[in-house]
Design a protein around this ligand. Structure first.
Ligand code: HEM
Length: 429
């Protein structure tokens, strides 16, 4: 059996690997001008859409330098996501790696766990959350209003989905800040670990989160309420022998992690990307302000197409097959570039134009497609539409107020800081 080595040796090996990987990436992106590498470097983070255009010029499905495939085509991406010959993991993958619960599982486990979580996210259930979303949004806007000038991300777009998802999970208010802090750290790592310090913080956050959830599970076994965790502990089986409508004890934590992280890290970017897009297109912002109730859902849909918070996903071929005229081998991965597919000129007229009145084209792929189609889509759409409607109603004079800082991430796209102002401009000191 291989020896695992001392803690220090492992740290050194890990750090060495990380920095070698970074050097290879920089080489491929800056010297080799490889578009896939560029997407992970600064140019791709600032404007991935220019890189997608270069990829698109090479065809609908192109080989990557690492021996896989990537697609910018709406129809190819959609067909991959819906095709059962593709899956999120190889069929012979070791069981047990369930960090992201059913998002990283194939049927039948995927089907069983998704069904257990589904009732809380149905359109009917989501309609019942509107009043709570409006109340939280109202409180945040009251505070922001008083400040005049504020960071839209930390002052509004982040705390809103955090409050909603911690509420749905039934996390007590006294612990919600801890959950928020750890959830953001874990969610922020979706796009990869950037340094040794980051890796250490992540490990510590994971351990803390485990503890917090374990206490919550015990609490809800004793004192069930009307929330997701209470419903899950009620259908928890024992060990690995479970009924079809049960969850294994070992599946509880990954499931809650998934809901928490998916609820945090994506909706914040949808709301922020929406405000960023609307303020950069003042005529569209004014149109929204003239009819906030009617146009907010359409503005959300156009942001999901034009600047989606999740820029890519992918699938692995379970068998050899042909795709867009190319041979894809068993075990090869196809990266579906959602952000590129949503701007495919074969799917949308003038795809680079941001137009909240747009009606043409197929459904965008912001929430993916097929059996992994985002479970939280109705909730995310509702949170974003309520946010835009209330911002337009209460702050029609909203304007940019400083430099936007982007998140240091490849899969997730959105601003880390978005300074805005409204009302009388504060006098210079
Ligand atoms: C704007 C906000 C959101 C975006 C852009 C988004 C995007 C996505 C995408 C692209 C996937 C599928 C990934 C794939 O096919 O590989 C997904 C899956 C998922 N999302 Fe979301 N999401 C958002 C909000 C939410 C929220 C609020 C929740 C719940 C709290 C949520 C829960 C989930 C879950 C549980 C899955 C896994 C579904 C499955 O594997 O069957 N998402 N999301």
């Amino acid at each position: 059996m291989a020896r695992r080595g001392t803690g220090l040796a492992r740290v050194v090996v890990f750090a060495g690997g990380l920095y070698r990987q970074k050097a290879r990436l920089a080489c491929a992106g800056y010297l080799g001008r490889d578009p896939m590498a560029q997407l992970q470097l600064r140019p791709g983070r600032v404007n991935p859409y220019a890189v997608y255009d270069r990829l698109r010029a090479r065809g609908p499905l192109i080989p990557t330098r690492l021996g896989h495939w990537v697609s910018t085509s709406h129809s190819v991406c959609e067909s991959v996501l819906r095709d059962r010959r593709f899956a999120v993991r190889p069929e012979d993958a070791e069981p047990g790696h369930a960090g992201m619960s059913f998002l990283s599982m194939n049927p039948p486990d995927h089907t069983r766990l998704r069904r257990l979580a589904m009732p809380a996210f149905s359109p009917k259930a989501v309609a019942g959350y509107s009043a709570r979303i409006e109340r939280t949004a109202g409180e945040l806007l009251d505070a922001a209003s008083a400040a005049g000038r504020f960071d839209l991300v930390s002052g509004f777009a982040a705390p809103l989905p955090i409050a909603v998802i911690t509420d749905l999970l039934g996390i007590p208010d006294s612990r919600s800040e801890d959950f928020a802090r750890y959830g953001m750290l874990i969610g922020g790592a979706l796009g990869g670990i950037t340094s040794l310090r980051h890796a250490r913080q992540l490990l510590a956050a994971r351990a803390e989160m485990r503890q917090l959830f374990r206490h919550l599970f015990e609490l809800r076994r004793r004192e069930p309420r009307d929330d997701i965790v209470s419903r899950l502990v009620a259908v928890e089986g024992e060990g690995d022998q479970i009924e079809p409508a049960q969850i294994k004890p070992a599946e509880m934590l990954p499931m809650c992690n998934l809901l928490l992280v998916a609820g945090f890290e994506t909706t914040v970017n949808l709301i922020s990307n929406a405000v960023l897009a609307l303020l950069a297109h003042p005529a569209q912002w004014q149109a929204l302000c003239a009819d906030p109730d009617g146009l907010a859902p359409r503005a959300v849909e156009e942001v999901l197409r034009w600047d989606p918070p999740v820029q890519r996903t992918g699938r692995i071929a379970l068998e050899p097959l042909e795709l867009a005229g190319q041979p894809v081998g068993q075990g090869q991965r196809v990266t579906t570039l959602i952000g590129a597919a949503n701007r495919d000129p074969e799917a949308y007229d003038h795809p680079d134009t941001f137009d909240i009145m747009r009606r043409d084209g197929p459904a965008n792929l912001a929430f993916s497609s097929g059996i992994h189609y985002c479970l939280g889509h109705a909730l995310a759409r509702s949170e974003a539409a309520i946010s835009l409607r209330m911002l337009a109603e209460r702050m029609p004079d909203l304007a940019p107020a400083g430099t936007v800082k982007r998140r240091n991430a490849t899969i997730i796209r959105g601003p880390a800081r978005l300074p805005v102002q409204h009302g009388p401009v504060p006098a210079a000191p």
